[in-house]
Design a protein around this ligand. Structure first.
Ligand SMILES: N[C@@H](CCC(=O)N[C@@H](CS)C(=O)NCC(=O)O)C(=O)O
Length: 227
């Protein structure tokens, strides 16, 4: 059995980026294998029968699901403090991950499928409500950031960053005429956005806005806002 830890990933994928950030933040040494999602190798079904990324090979096992991998990275190196000790704080970290995943991430996929005036309008209305609530959740934790827990970086930031960066990339590319007042009026939210996006574990694993938009255009058939 090999000791090598292998992350099966795809640069475009926010779920896979979660795992990559978590492994880096936990200080786990690993190799990356890029899976072409448009032409998956036949052997990949033996790694993950669901044929999705991310998956991690570790100690002769293959483990899938991004949030499971984020927790695993923390369990391998709990001394890094990516989860607070207090059970209630831990629950709050898990709650904000769930909040973002259930209220904001679906809007990202919604607007990609509905890239027209009506779809964009609905997106702006709904995400404004979600940003407001996210700002409240941040302020409940700490009056200043940059991270969810204030100055302590945690699993919340890891799980949210890959989706946040993609949401903001969409807003910059496709909704550049929209003024998101809620962001302009919420310094804590702005700090959070900035803190997550500039963290090196995020910046070093993000594919970049152009690569992302190429994916939307080529794989999702969304129009190209750059031409
Ligand atoms: N619930 C999974 C979702 C993973 C997922 O949907 N990954 C996408 C790429 S972002 C995938 O591999 N889709 C299969 C495909 O594109 O064929 C997780 O959290 O890891």
């Amino acid at each position: 059995m090999t000791d090598k830890i292998v992350l099966y990933t795809a640069l475009i994928c926010p779920y896979a980026q979660r795992a990559a950030i978590a492994l880096r933040e936990a200080g786990v040494e690993y190799e990356s294998v890029e899976i072409d999602l448009t032409n998956k190798p036949s052997w990949y079904k033996d790694v993950n029968p669901e044929l999705k990324v991310p998956a991690l090979s570790i100690k002769g096992k293959s483990i899938a699901e991004s949030l499971v991998l984020v927790e695993l990275a923390n369990d391998l190196h709990p001394e890094k403090g990516l989860l607070p000790e207090d059970p209630v704080k831990r629950a709050e970290v898990r709650f904000v991950i769930e909040y973002f995943s259930s209220k904001i991430t679906p809007l990202f996929y919604f607007v990609l499928r509905n890239m027209n005036e009506e779809g964009k309008k609905e997106y702006v209305e709904k995400i404004t409500i979600a940003y407001k609530r996210l700002n409240e959740l941040l302020l409940e934790q700490a009056t200043s950031g940059p991270y969810f827990l204030g100055d302590q970086y945690s699993l919340a930031d890891i799980a949210i960053a890959p989706f946040l960066t993609r949401v903001l990339a969409i807003q910059k590319a496709y909704l550049k005429d929209v003024k998101f007042d809620v962001i302009d009026q919420s310094p804590r939210l702005q700090q959070f956005f900035e803190g997550l996006l500039t963290r090196s574990s995020h910046a070093d694993t993000y594919c970049g806005d152009n690569y992302l938009i190429d994916g939307f255009v080529n794989r999702w058939g969304v129009y190209d806002p750059r031409v």
